[in-house]
Design a protein around this ligand. Sequence first.
Ligand code: HEM
Length: 320
Amino acid sequence: MKPAGSGALCDLPAFGRWDFGGFGYGLEPLILPAVGDPDGPAEAVPAEDYVESCRCLAAFGERGLLTPEVQPCESREELFWFRWLTGHQVCFVVWRLIAQLVDDLSRGRRSADEVLPQISRYVDGYSAMLLYTGSCPPDLYNVLIRPSMRLRHRAFSGAWAPDYWPIRDLFRRRRLPGLAETDAGELLDAIALLHLIHDGVAARLVPNGRSLLREAAVSGPGHRPAGLIYDSYFTTLRAPVPRHEVVAQLLRRLVAIARDVSANGLYAAGDADERPAELQRAEVIKCENGLVDILLGVAQQACGLPSQPLPTFRTSLAEE
Ligand code: HEM
């Protein structure tokens, strides 16, 4: 595969072969513009190319479908390392897409009616990615993944994620500029669900709930070094990248993830039973069962294609 002008790997995914990372469950670096920088000028991508990639994703939404070229992963370490890195990279793209919509809204470029359902759909994509990245068996998380972050920095934290900074206020205070709460019920439900899932994943993987940041006896680095450490751990580079290459990198990952889930299931055998109360809630189970459909919705929206109505797994969590 030839990299595009920006250096990003962005051939659109197609039927019939695992084409991500060069081999089954291989990794790819992600290249995104610096946080707050606009996308580079986009080239028009024929709608049929996007439709084809989304069809490919949709095929894996059918439970139990296993095409011969997608073999289950033989190594637990390789599988959950792939999930940890690739799932986080998808979050970074989704956070960037949310931040752009929030910016459009606050600058009056787009209306709330247009933007709110789209943000909600991306927030659901983030929730699905929390379940996916957090599906690691707790023992493996504690001997492989957590130590790898601790070795990068003793206080390594999700709070250092550069693409999260522009939307942190939205997720923490659950407010959008110029909008009354009543206008944003669907979005508030989506945000409540993602907090529930984040808490559940944290409780499952680290039963005392103490993050590395909270356990560290050292203070964190400054804002910029923290972002660099975080990006480099998740093999994410910053360079001017046009919109269609951002979207292509997202699609490559979503299709690889759908292939993975269809071949390996979400949880390792026996692990699904050990879930904390948060992850046993009906809304969470529905998000888990609809994971590939949610990813399809994210893909269609990012490509500017019409998408199915939102699944109804979000009830009124925001009021609890
Ligand atoms: C599954 C993938 C995960 C993702 C994508 C993720 C993402 C994030 C993000 C973006 C923040 C910043 C929130 C803010 O500043 O408002 C954060 C904070 C936090 N996360 Fe996670 N998280 C994940 C897993 C975990 C796990 C396994 C734990 C278990 C301890 C955890 C515990 C925390 C805590 C305690 C914070 C508060 C800041 C800190 O103490 O580091 N998260 N997470």
